[in-house]
Design a protein around this ligand. Sequence first.
Ligand code: AVJ
Length: 312
Amino acid sequence: MDNEFKEDVLAGLRLTQKALSPKYFYDAQGSKYFDQICQLEEYYPYRTELSLLPEVARELQDYFHQQSVDSIQLVEFGAGSLHKVKPVLQELKMVKEFIAIDISGAHLQAASEELAEAFPDLPIKAAQGDFTKPIELAPSDATPMGFFPGSTIGNFDPGEALDFLRNARTTLGKDSYLLLGVDTKKDQQMLEDAYDDSSNVTARFNKNILTRINRELNGNFDLSQFEHVAIYNEELGRIEMHLRSLVDQQVTVAGETFQFKQGETIHTENSYKYHPDEFDELVTAAGWKRECLWLAPDAIFSVMLLHSKEDN
Ligand code: AVJ
């Protein structure tokens, strides 16, 4: 893992357009910054999705009754701090087992212990793993339902999102479900404010990846010589976050030196936004069928239930 981080960072900094993977934001400090982002007035995705979920779960309860589904094995991908699953578990009584999968094991362990206190009768498993690849689930008589909230799928390019959807279908199997949160296209100012907040929390979150490189890979990034940038790329339908060098400078990481021109950026994150119809093309191409769609007021966020009927 350490070595993978090093190789990924060095490879990313050697690119003409320097780039780092957003999965490396989430060290202990980065996870704290992300929790702060979720409390920001400007960051609408977190609270919007959270406020949709109780109603979503109530309607799912009715839907599954109609489908004669009476027990569910719930599997959360990229589980993080497990805030979103609580309203689902509260309403959806047919969940008989919960499995949380995340790359960062320690954060997940603490979160699942907290969840176990709130739901003492529910069997909970925390599994460390790369949820972007197919995973072997423990066999169960219950109907598998994946849960991938927060529009984390937006971090993937559309091609990678398609791969994720296909792999999730392989992991969850025939006659399974997937409950997904997907952020929508909207007013550019609202999008950019969400990723460039007035309290500069997102800027600290973005720059923290440099602090992590300094600490873990013996780097010497001077954080005051970089600025946070968040722009909506309308053509590609994505928010891009970058770290822009304020001066010509050189930086050393793990013994390797990198040159920065003034104004040059490191691309640190994409956050794709989809119209529901547009996203449905990926869903269909991956072999899923959308059964339900919930839209927040003004369609600023979407939650959907997908079903996989055939096992091809
Ligand atoms: C965790 C990927 C859903 O893209 O909105 C928040 C991450 N980055 N602010 C997002 C993020 C900057 C977030 N996701």
